[in-house]
Design a protein around this ligand. Structure first.
Ligand code: AHR
Length: 508
């Protein structure tokens, strides 16, 4: 029998399997047990848990997404076609814009009208000049090109409530108000659909350095004037239970969602750690930091449950991801994206699946060329990151119903960091398919997971030879998903440092 290899991806797959087989043969596999409860469903996994965040920062918007209608890079009304097509393939359920910190220094009026007359402003947070070439009309066009939902962050830090309310009216009003007429004069007749609206961003810091009590008063004041949108309160980003307590006790009835910002880094906020060329210690510390999100969500949920026992207010993790040191000479917050980021994304998805009673949205920071990106660009070149592939692997989980699991997995130790070797989640897809996601966090040892699920397990695996394997413009498929099939019913073998997502098909 001849095996025909007709694509780079297929070659990568064969290489990955040769690697797995060799590793499985040479190293002792970690043994884990997983029991899935088929009759203990939780609220569904909202597709918006696979959401995105885009800020006017570095090359995130300009260059990465927007090249302008006159660019030689193929584009549709300024948005680059290669990136939009890649994002459409993975599916973008929601996009948060324009910040981040940028949002609380942003006047939406700067970004409407004749582009040639828009004022350039200093980007006080991330450096450089903001030309305002991308404003409301352009962003909403991108949302429509991506079939996504818009989530705007309003300025509570430095603009009055009337500015916030009028932005919403400008976007959504159908009646013949002065703002509707202005929108029409600027080229858009029909109102846009605007679902989510953030009342400030990180009010504890770049959004105004507010005491929780003061923020809560301001939130109530601003939210009073916001009509027809899901009102999202700026929440926690510092592990500050007191802020959660104050906001939930005094402002819950003026909000529909509360937020958590959670970044993972190997070291500390002075020296974050490198995106590539790291050792097993940094691998372990980064994943440990990501696993800590589970406890933070638990803690926030406890406070939310006290003040909102009916769970009317959702929790949005509206910024999450890795944050490494920016290499010298790179654009603001640019970082390479490796297999470690994909493993971390998978662990984060599993955590979101555990908390669907509250967590209804999560947005990775950030979509292109900034922090834990989906896509990297340089001139007319584009490459998909390992994180993109993790999102793609987990796509079947969107809209699925999580199932309770019991996982017995040994811990492994790196220096003084202990991590569970295996991390998992399971769900029932809307079409009835049983889905299983398994992550082997151990970079050196394979794992064998014995489950109570019988049948064939088929899906995809994401792994690579080195911890910091990453895709470049020269080698865009260094980290790419490969087909996966379990060798025998109920038993799944995971290569070291891998993500496996399968569908279990019961034997007839
Ligand atoms: O994502 C980068 C920054 O991180 C955002 O602007 C801010 O909200 C957070 O501190």
């Amino acid at each position: 029998m001849t095996l025909r290899i007709n694509s780079l991806a297929a070659k990568a797959l064969v290489a990955a399997f040769a690697l797995c087989a060799a590793t499985l043969a040479s190293a002792q596999a970690t043994q884990a047990r997983l029991a899935v409860s088929l009759d203990e469903p939780s609220p569904r996994i909202e597709p918006t848990v696979y959401g995105h965040f885009v800020e006017h920062l570095g090359r995130g918007v300009y260059d990465g997404l927007w090249v302008g209608p006159e660019s030689s890079i193929p584009n549709t009304r300024g948005w680059r076609n290669d990136v939009v097509q890649a994002l459409r393939r993975v599916g973008i359920p929601v996009m948060r814009w324009p910040g981040g910190c940028f949002a609380d220094d942003y006047d939406w009026r700067d970004g409407i009208g004749d582009p040639a007359k828009r004022p350039a402003r200093r980007n006080i947070w991330w450096g450089g000049l903001e030309t305002n070439r991308v404003g409301t009309h352009e962003f909403m066009d991108l949302v429509e090109q991506l079939d996504s939902e818009a989530y705007l962050s309003g300025n509570m830090g430095s603009m009055p409530p009337r500015a916030m309310a009028q932005w919403i009216e400008y976007i959504t009003a159908g009646e013949n108000s002065a703002l509707t007429q202005e929108r029409r004069r600027n080229g858009r007749d029909k109102p846009w659909k605007l679902k989510y609206f953030g009342v400030g961003n990180e009010s504890f810091g770049c959004g105004g350095s507010m005491r929780p009590e003061y923020q809560s008063d301001l939130h109530n004041q601003y939210a009073t004037f916001l009509k027809g949108v899901t009102r999202v309160a700026s929440g926690d980003g510092e592990g500050d239970d007191h802020r959660v307590e104050v906001l939930m006790s005094r402002s819950a009835r003026h909000m529909d969602a509360f937020t958590l910002h959670y970044y993972s880094l190997p070291d500390n906020w002075t020296r974050h750690g490198d995106a590539t060329g790291f050792d097993a210690g940094a691998w372990a510390r980064t994943l440990k930091s990501a696993l800590g999100m589970d406890g933070r969500i638990e803690a926030i949920k406890r406070i939310m449950d006290k003040h909102d026992p009916d769970k009317r207010v959702a929790l949005y993790v509206d910024e999450w991801g890795t944050w490494y040191d920016t290499p010298p000479g790179a654009s603001a917050l640019f970082q390479q994206n490796t297999l470690r980021d994909a493993v971390l994304a998978a662990v984060s998805f599993n955590i979101f699946h555990r908390h669907t009673d509250r967590v209804k949205m999560a947005n990775i920071a950030q979509m292109v060329n900034v922090l834990q990106s989906m896509v990297l660009t340089e001139g007319d070149k584009m490459v998909l990151t390992p994180t993109y592939h993790a999102f793609d692997l987990y796509k079947p989980f969107r809209g699925a119903t999580p199932l309770a699991i019991k996982l017995d997995a040994p811990v492994f130790r790196t220096g003084d960091v202990e991590l569970p070797a295996v991390h998992a989640s399971a769900a029932r897809a809307p079409d009835g398919k049983l889905l299983l996601a398994l992550v082997n966090l151990d970079p050196s040892h394979p794992a064998r997971v014995a489950t109570n699920l019988t049948g064939s397990a088929r899906g995809r695996v994401l792994t690579a030879q080195s911890m910091d394997a990453h895709n470049t413009f020269q080698q865009p498929q260094a980290v790419a998903p490969a087909p996966y099939a379990a060798a025998s019913s109920g038993l799944l073998d995971l290569p070291p440092k891998s993500v496996v997502v399968v569908e279990i098909v019961p034997r007839p």
